[in-house]
Ligand binder design. Structure first.
Ligand code: GDP
Length: 469
């Protein structure tokens, strides 16, 4: 496993000599540039030269086993996301065993009579979803889109669809509040269909289930739909070997210290292991399941509560198992230093993937874009105009469009996708939005003349994809 110094030099653009020097400084044995170094050391050294590292875990040759789907609930405010999660939580065997006492720990598992199970993330809404994605944590397999049957498709419904689409996560629609006399599920279907969601009833592959969270109707149907969707996705994970996991929630307990709820993506997390979680580190003292029982290990798709960290991680942080306490300390210190540096120079970020051997030909550069305009007609005109800038080297990918001012959610989505936001014929956004965009390094182009907009977009494209014009 790992890579050689030579490869690391190629990827980071740093000289072999300087990398060997850094290795010496962090107390690692310096070998020839052809000897493999461990992933931990590669990450440390890369961080020292200012390069971010994303670990690609190769499951090649490993035995893969089916795993439970991880589900996030999204939808418009007041359409019943929280109520639905509460109702689903009550259907879990574990909740019944615990006498209905359920806690909010970031995630919970519903065990089905068939033996299958589903893991639900307990933080509804797309803010959490995109915050996780912005940090590189692809945790969610399926999105449940909650739409109230009496209210129909609303702005945040459309935003949720855009978020799921941008992340290539399939949607299962739950039409909620079907107990209400004013419920009109058929109208919701038509609305969703005309928004381009290929519903099953209309020959597409998006399942629709009618539910009532408060009257507990259709919950079993929803769970079945999720399992069917999971089956179609053929979700599998490596069970053996070191775990890779993501934090979904972290909190400080007065007695037990920092506690992190994490979802294991692959491998098995074991008590006693040394871990680095984001910039925090520690040794796993106790692993607990979602009803608070201590267990020996955490397996794929299982939410576990980890006790034993020295610091408080953040949602979206990855959990990495390392060989020793010293490694854990070193990586944590390196990451802290890197975080600090990044805060100072947010713009000059560069990410490499390790280990990934193939040298690929330069790909078509994708530029994700969000378009906001004053009225529907303008939205369409601007979308068409911007798309006309596509060519063999550049793919302008319009990931979300909407009528109205630039919202906080637009900023979230832009940050998650690295998108720029185009505003046409709309008011200047409030300072809070502008500040948030600056902080996240998101470009906003505001114009009232299409020619000027295209001119700025042209400059943006040349900037992002040099040599394209
Ligand atoms: P969220 O903002 O999407 O999380 O929505 P909530 O779960 O907080 O629900 C908003 C309101 O809708 C609350 O007053 C709920 O009691 C109500 N509600 C949620 N689900 C249902 C349902 O299935 N039927 C009815 N009649 N009311 C519901």
């Amino acid at each position: 496993e790992g890579m050689t110094i030579l490869e690391l030099a190629k990827r980071t653009g740093a000289s072999i000599g300087s990398l060997q020097e850094i290795m010496k400084n962090v107390g690692e044995k310096v070998d020839s540039e052809f000897d493999p170094i461990s992933v931990d050391v590669a990450e440390l050294v890369a961080m020292e030269v200012g390069v971010n590292v994303r670990r690609l875990h190769s499951d090649e040759g490993a035995v893969l086993q089916p795993r439970a789907p991880v589900v996030t609930v999204m939808g418009h405010v007041d359409h019943g996301k929280t109520s639905l999660l509460d109702a689903l939580r009550q259907t879990s065997v574990a909740a019944k065993e615990a006498g209905g006492i359920t806690q909010h720990l970031g995630a919970f598992v519903v065990d089905m009579p068939s033996g299958a199970s589903i893991t639900f993330l307990d933080t509804p809404g797309h803010a959490a979803f995109s915050a996780m994605r912005a940090r590189g944590a692809a945790v969610t397999d399926i999105v449940v889109l909650v739409v109230a049957a009496d209210d129909g498709v609303m702005p945040q419904t459309l935003e949720a669809i855009s978020h799921a689409k941008a992340a290539s996560v399939p949607i299962v629609v739950a039409i909620n509040k079907c107990d209400k006399p004013s419920a009109d599920p058929q109208r919701v279907r038509i609305q969703l269909g005309s928004e381009g969601l290929p519903l099953e009833d209309l020959g597409g592959d998006v399942q629709v289930v009618e539910v009532s969270a408060t009257s507990k109707i259709g919950l079993d149907k929803l769970e079945e739909a999720l399992l069917l969707q999971a089956e179609m996705m053929d979700l599998k994970a490596r069970i053996d070997g070191p775990a890779q996991a993501y934090v979904v929630e972290a909190r400080l307990d007065r007695g037990r210290g920092p506690l992190a709820t994490a979802i294991v993506k692959s491998g098995t997390l074991l008590c006693g292991q040394h871990i680095v979680v984001g910039a925090a580190w520690g040794r796993i003292r106790t692993i607990r399941d979602m009803v608070g029982r201590a267990t020996e290990s955490g397996r794929p798709a299982m939410p576990v509560e980890i006790e034993g960290l020295k610091g408080l991680p953040m949602a979206g942080d990855d959990v990495t198992v390392v060989g020793s306490e010293e490694r854990a300390r070193m990586l944590s210190a390196g990451r802290k230093k890197k975080l600090e540096k990044d805060r100072l120079h947010k713009a000059s970020e560069m990410t490499i993937d390790i280990p990934d051997a193939s040298e690929e030909a330069p790909k078509r550069v994708e530029l994700p874009i969000i378009i906001k305009a004053d009225v529907q007609g303008t939205v369409q005109a601007v979308t068409d105009a911007v798309r006309s800038m596509n060519n063999a080297q550049v793919f302008v990918n319009v990931i979300h469009v909407g009528v109205g001012p630039i919202s906080e959610s637009d900023i979230d989505l832009a940050e998650a996708c690295g998108a720029c936001i185009v505003g046409f014929n709309i008011r200047n956004p409030p300072t809070a939005i502008t500040n948030a965009a600056n902080q996240a390094n998101i470009k906003i182009c505001l114009h009232r003349v299409i020619y000027h907009l295209l001119e700025e977009m042209g400059t943006y494209i040349i900037d992002k994809a040099p040599g394209t014009f």
